[in-house]
Design a protein around this ligand. Structure first.
Ligand SMILES: NC(=O)c1ccc[n+]([C@@H]2O[C@H](COP(=O)([O-])OP(=O)(O)OC[C@H]3O[C@@H](n4cnc5c(N)ncnc54)[C@H](O)[C@@H]3O)[C@@H](O)[C@H]2O)c1
Length: 374
């Protein structure tokens, strides 16, 4: 597991996924056997790895990636490093015959992302990319509504993602500074469009066109050492996507917006038979039979509470951490050869959408999103 000292690598992948799987006694394989992940922590800073290993009672850690890749007892290479470091490390791991699981975006450009997918296919190694959002309770409930035919024809999707990321001068920033430097692989488009690609694709239909307005609202920020730097990467993107099947999706992504929503991301879906608003955890719905009939009259105060007219969609099941749920499926795919679709080619589609989103904004036009194949 490379990059486990980072925000995602540590909290979501090590603690909430792999260590949580061990705490629950491994993964029951159903035949009396148990799958037990044994992580080797990999990174650049010896002291940070040693501390982390000690804190979690883990035996194996190293700063020697080549050495660990040469070890035939290691099956899987996992990567949650900064995006710009991923391509080189994953390429090495494929060459060493390891199965690959990694964070998104899989590379900093489409060519590199496709090359990784091709290399993995040619080497015959299993491969997967983190697509955690579709495993979140809110989106799982939304998917249940779609599968149950609740919406009728889906007309449109409106997504609102974002929160204020502090500049770092009078309050420290809550995201790493590389996120705001284009030269280091940062930018909200490269970070979030890969998520929007698989969310839209899996729930509503593949993205066929993209039109985006991408901007850097806050041009100067302060880094982890309190030093000012120029924010060369985009921190907001206003995107419109045409989907296979005809629905239109609009998604605003911004690190320069203050939250006036129930959750940090929300998607409103409007269909002929009903509508729903889903966040990370919750999902509320309104059927056509319970739809109010407001009449536009700016001379009168609002007479009803529109927000109260929505019905909470019940959980009906227990939801595990989304990262852990996907880890379990990937490990089962590797060991039991169970079906799996979130591979490096799917990861490349996310990188493609980010690249086209940036180009659409730079060129001021709507772009087609060609279907990818290897
Ligand atoms: N799935 C998600 O929801 C999600 C959310 C946030 C980030 N991510 C992805 O996870 C990856 C890591 O993001 P993060 O927010 O955890 O970043 P982070 O800066 O907190 O961690 C980065 C990790 O990479 C290591 N690293 C390796 N080479 C480095 C280099 N040259 N410079 C700096 N650090 C280096 C660091 O030591 C650290 O362990 C990114 O690719 C990001 O796109 C995914």
């Amino acid at each position: 597991m490379n990059g486990v000292t980072g925000r995602m690598g540590h909290r979501q992948h090590l603690v909430r996924s792999v260590l949580a799987i061990r705490e629950q006694g491994g993964i029951d394989l159903g035949d009396g056997g148990v799958l037990w992940p044994e992580p080797v922590l990999v990174g650049r800073r010896e002291h940070a790895l040693r501390d982390l290993a000690q804190r979690h009672g883990l035996e194996h850690w190293t700063t020697d990636l080549d050495g660990v890749l040469a070890d035939p007892s290691i099956d899987i290479y996992f990567d949650a490093q900064v995006t710009s470091a991923r391509e080189e490390a994953v390429t090495k791991a494929v060459a060493a015959g390891k199965h690959i699981y990694c964070e998104k975006p899989t590379a900093t450009g489409l060519d590199g992302a496709l090359e990784l997918a091709r290399l993995a296919r040619a080497a015959g190694v299993k491969n997967g990319v983190v697509q955690d959002k579709i495993f979140l309770p809110g989106l799982r409930k939304l998917k249940r509504l779609i599968d149950g035919g609740f919406f009728g024809e889906i007309l449109s999707v409106r997504g609102e993602f974002g929160y204020w990321v502090f500049e770092g001068d009078w309050q420290t920033a809550q995201r790493p500074s590389w996120n705001y430097r284009a030269q280091d692989g940062g930018g909200i488009v490269s970070d979030m469009f890969p998520h929007w690609e698989y969310v839209l694709h899996e729930l509503f239909g593949a993205v066929r066109t993209v039109q985006a307005e991408v901007i850097t609202h806050i041009p100067r920020r302060w880094d982890e050492q309190g030093k000012p730097y120029e924010a060369t990467a985009d921190d907001a993107a206003y995107g419109v996507f045409r989907l296979e099947g005809g629905a239109v999706a609009q998604i605003n992504s911004s690190w320069a917006v203050r939250v006036n929503r129930d959750e940090l991301v929300e998607f409103q879906v409007d269909g002929t038979e009903g509508s729903a608003v889903a966040g990370l955890r919750n999902c509320r719905a309104q059927h056509r039979s319970a739809t109010p009939k407001p009449v536009w009259n700016p001379d009168l105060p609002v007479t009803e509470s529109f927000r109260d007219q929505w019905q909470e969609v019940p959980d009906n099941e227990e939801f595990d951490n989304g990262f852990k749920a996907q880890w379990e499926l990937f490990l089962r795919h590797v060991v039991l050869d169970e079906p799996w679709s979130w591979d490096l080619l799917a990861g490349a589609r996310g990188v493609q959408l980010a690249e086209l989103g940036l180009r659409s904004s730079a060129e001021g036009r709507r772009l087609d999103v060609p279907e990818l194949s290897l």
